[in-house]
Design a protein around this ligand. Structure first.
Ligand code: HEM
Length: 253
C-alpha cells in the first residue's frame, strides 16, 4: 500500500474514532484522545480542529510505536549475544513472578532487567538527535549561539564518550547502572535516551513498562541465541533500527 494511501486511511480511522468519541458523554477519567479533542476545541489554533487532532494522534503513534519496538529488538539482540545476562535476567524474572502475571510492583522491583534495558538504550538509543532551538542569543561553554540557531544533541556521541563513561564506554556492561542512572556516568544529564527538560519523552515510563512486560514474557518462555545469519547494521531510518532485522534461534523453555 502506498504511503499516501496509508496516511489517508489512518486519517480516516482517527476521524471516525474522534466522531464516535464526541458523541459519547465525557468521562471524569479522560483518555488522551479526549484531552486532545477538548484542547483543540478550546484553543484558537488558526488551523482546523480535525487536522490538529489527527496530527497529534499521528505524533503520539509515530513517537510511541517504532521507538519501543526497536528498543525491544536491540535488547533481545544484546541478551542473545550475552547469554550470562540473559540467564541473570531470566533468574530474576522467575524468582519475582513465580508463574504469576507481573504487576507494576514486580516490574518496578526487577533491578537487573532495568539495568539491562538502560544499557541497551544507552548503546542503541532509538532517537539519534535531541534538537533544540536557541530562543535568544546565548553562550554555551565557550560557544556563542545566536538566536534562531538549531542545536542538535547527538545521543550516540554523548552516550559513548569515554571521558564521561570510562574506557569501556562502547561495551555492554549493565552493571554501570547498578546504582541507578545518576551514578552510571560522570554527568547524569549525559544519559538521555528519552531527551531532557520540559519536552522530555511523554511516554518514557509507559515505554519502560511495555519493554519490561515484553521481555518478561519472552524470557520466561524462551531462550534465544543469535543466528549466524544476523548481520549487525544499525541503520538510521527516523529511528535507529537493525537494517537487516534480528535473526534469532528461539527455543521454548
Ligand atoms: C523506548 C521508547 C522511547 C524512546 C527511546 C523515546 C524517545 C524520545 C525522545 C528522545 C524524545 C524527544 C525528547 C526531547 O526533545 O527532550 C521523545 C519525545 C516524545 N515521545 Fe518518546 N520515546 C519512546 C517512547 C514513547 C512512547 C511509548 C510514547 C507515547 C505513548 C512517546 C511519546 C512521545 C511524545 C509525545 C514526545 C514529544 C514530547 C514533547 O515534545 O513535549 N514516546 N521521545
Amino acid at each position: 500500500m502506498g504511503m499516501w494511501r496509508l496516511e489517508k486511511e489512518i486519517q480516516a480511522l482517527i476521524l471516525k474514532v474522534v466522531k464516535e468519541r464526541k458523541q459519547t458523554k465525557s468521562h471524569p477519567d479522560k483518555d488522551l484522545l479526549q484531552i486532545i479533542i477538548e484542547s483543540a476545541e478550546r484553543s484558537d489554533l488558526g488551523q482546523d480542529t480535525n487536522s490538529f487532532v489527527v496530527d497529534n494522534c499521528k505524533n503520539i503513534y509515530f513517537a510511541g510505536y517504532e521507538t519501543t519496538a526497536v528498543s525491544a529488538a536491540w535488547t533481545l539482540m544484546l541478551l542473545a549475544l550475552y547469554p550470562e545476562w540473559q540467564h541473570k535476567v531470566r533468574a530474576e524474572i522467575l524468582q519475582t513472578c513465580r508463574g504469576r502475571v507481573p504487576d507494576a510492583d514486580m516490574l518496578r522491583n526487577m533491578k537487573t532487567l532495568t539495568m539491562v534495558i538502560n544499557e541497551s538504550l544507552r548503546l542503541y538509543s532509538p532517537a539519534v538527535f535531541v534538537p533544540r532551538e536557541a530562543l535568544g542569543d546565548m553562550k554555551f561553554g565557550g560557544i556563542n549561539i545566536p538566536k534562531g540557531v538549531s542545536v542538535w544533541i547527538a545521543l550516540v556521541t554523548l552516550h559513548q564518550d569515554p571521558d564521561l563513561w570510562g574506557p569501556d564506554a562502547d561495551k555492554f556492561i549493565p552493571e554501570r547502572f547498578a546504582n541507578g542512572i545518576s551514578s552510571a556516568c560522570k554527568v547524569p544529564y549525559a544519559y538521555m535516551p528519552f531527551g531532557a527538560g520540559p519536552h522530555t519523552c511523554l511516554g518514557q515510563h509507559f515505554a519502560m513498562m511495555e519493554l519490561k512486560i515484553f521481555l518478561t514474557h519472552m524470557l520466561s518462555n524462551f531462550t534465544f541465541i543469535l543466528s549466524p545469519k544476523y548481520r549487525h547494521s544499525p541503520f538510521m531510518n527516523l529511528v535507529v533500527e537493525p537494517e537487516f532485522g534480528i535473526d534469532l534461534f528461539v527455543t521454548r523453555l
